[in-house]
Design a protein around this ligand. Sequence first.
Ligand SMILES: Nc1ncnc2c1ncn2[C@@H]1O[C@H](COP(=O)(O)OP(=O)(O)OP(=O)(O)O)[C@@H](O)[C@H]1O
Ligand SMILES: [Mg+2]
Length: 673
Amino acid sequence: MKIMLDKDSSEVLRTLDFLRMPAFIVDTKWTILSCNDRVGAVFEYGRAEVIGRNLEKFISLDSIFRERGNAGFSSLADAVREGESTALRAFCFRKNGSPLALPIAVIPNRQHRPDRMIIVVRDAPGQEAAPADASLSPDKAYQGELINELSSIINSSLSIGTIFRMVVSELRKIIDYSRASLLLYNDKDNNLTIFALDTEMKTVMKKGVKAPIAGTSAGWVVRNNKPWISYDLNDTAFPLDRKLLAEGIRSTISIPLFHDRMLGVFNFDSTEPSQYTEKDLEILLPVAKHIAVALENALLFEEISKEKKEWERTFDAITDMVWIEDGRQKVIRANHALMGRTGFSKAEINGKLCKELLEKIGITVTGTCLCSETLSCKRPSFQELKSAGNSIFHFWAYPLIDEENRLYAIVHYLKDVTAQKRIEQQLIRTDKLASLGTLVAGIAHEINNPLGIIAGYSEALIDRAGEKTLRGIKEFEDFPEYLRTIHSEIFRCKGILKSLLEFARPSGGTFREIDINELIKEVLLLLKHRTAKLQHTIELNLDRDVSKIYADAGSLRQLLMNLLLNAIYFTPVGGRISIKTEPDNGAPESRFNGCSHRVRLSLTDTGTGIPEDLIGKVFDPFFTTKPVGEGTGLGLTISHKIIEEHGGAIDVESTPGKGATFIITLPSITCRE
Ligand SMILES: Nc1ncnc2c1ncn2[C@@H]1O[C@H](COP(=O)(O)OP(=O)(O)OP(=O)(O)O)[C@@H](O)[C@H]1O
Ligand SMILES: [Mg+2]
């Protein structure tokens, strides 16, 4: 396995080797990409035995995860991705199998390779100080090395807490303290806040506790940007420092943390008097410089992280699907709604093509991801899309343009508007039918009377044409047939008028409590003869516990009849017609007058189905695909009116060639209570 290691990472490994700390570089799947020579010495494996294997073989990730799990991260990788370096204790396994619990530092290689992490094992056996440079005194050499080590730790982490923990555990080797603390300076309130603490003693000091500037040595340090040593607190000039005496502290050393501005104070406290001298300043002052730089970075990073989290939370709060793609149409960020709908996890979704996402939702994409206009013209674009499951989506693409007018990413917004579209269509239908009703009521009456007269005369003429005297005349030969056609067509017109009047008439039915299942069985009985003739299988799936409805039985019978007659007509011999009833306890909807207890009736057939371009028209008056003379195209128009009078909704779904389903939703009787 040939692994390319970037220059920056190998540099880090070399430094860690010098510091005698075993270190690994791993990818996000914990595969070891490289390690330094110290790994061999501590873990007793050769380099070749380590590279390419999973870190788990050498360090128990499980113990790491468990520890991080408590901190609210689902995995360590997540924690690291969030930009946190982390230090914890984990079991390390040597070749002979013996485990060692050692502190581990996990450091994201954030700057150069965010997909890689450095795992450093600290305090490993044999991790004694590096050999001293001959030209330096042992003390100085160690001090230089220590500062090197500290700066490498500091530079590789952006979490103040982690920096503090690592730095004090290193400094503990050369400075005695009973308590170490890091105080952050807040210039707005002019006070100090305890940010991190390492203590062996019982103390009232806690993270978050505030300390004033006036009257404390730490405050003096902040104000003067100079270190301070209190040799004995019994003689202190700072009245508030005396409080420390009560906790048993006798001497302290405080170092300012300054980088372009005052950031805070680094404190060491001891229960011994005169514990600290100027010599300690030699070590602490250079370290403080590094800490101040890291602290400044960490504070900035924290601020950015806070904003980033806020932004992410907003992004995830959107219930429609939102994602961002790079210029090559690969996902770089996706919100929860999109992950939920596609079933992809955060790790899986990043890097996916927009096309793959849409296909997972059931939307077929040809060519690029439907936003070529956005890509080429750098303009927002919009499209309405349909999924295989007949859901309708609104799809927006917004270009993200940099200062040089280059498109570097695209924001996508995908909204499922199926329900909204249905309601819209129903409203349009209702509107259309309402105007039709008014029109029909006026005209139908007017036409009905002359039609009656024509029908009467045509009947009289048929009788006359049958008389002997006329029958013998050759020129009158065709008359009886013509007259019969006129007569039957008049009756067809009267039939249409009757339906129209029925549609236009004010409801006026008798509303009462009705068991919809019983009504279905009743209507089926009336149609038994027809279904048997066409050898249709009738499948009933009636929920016995479905609630009663408040309805006009006569109208509902007519509605069921219309739907069943259509199903029978459009389903070839031997097909199947299924009727299902079930409760529909969805959210309250205004179209059901805010009622959330409803009954749903679905009628499915295995017939011809309805072509996509015609499905929006089936409720229109006079829309029919039946041959002339066979249908008025008013059956569904009247059915729609009936459902509307009952405060319900009617919908249709169809796969052309496979069948159609009519879905009726009616408010249950409980909505009246
Ligand atoms: N179950 C179905 N399968 C396929 N197409 C259907 C079905 N139900 C209705 N349609 C379509 O809707 C059209 C309108 O139906 P509607 O019941 O309003 O009128 P019709 O059945 O054509 O005429 P009428 O009801 O007066 O006999 C039908 O002509 C047909 O094209
Ligand atoms: Mg019909």
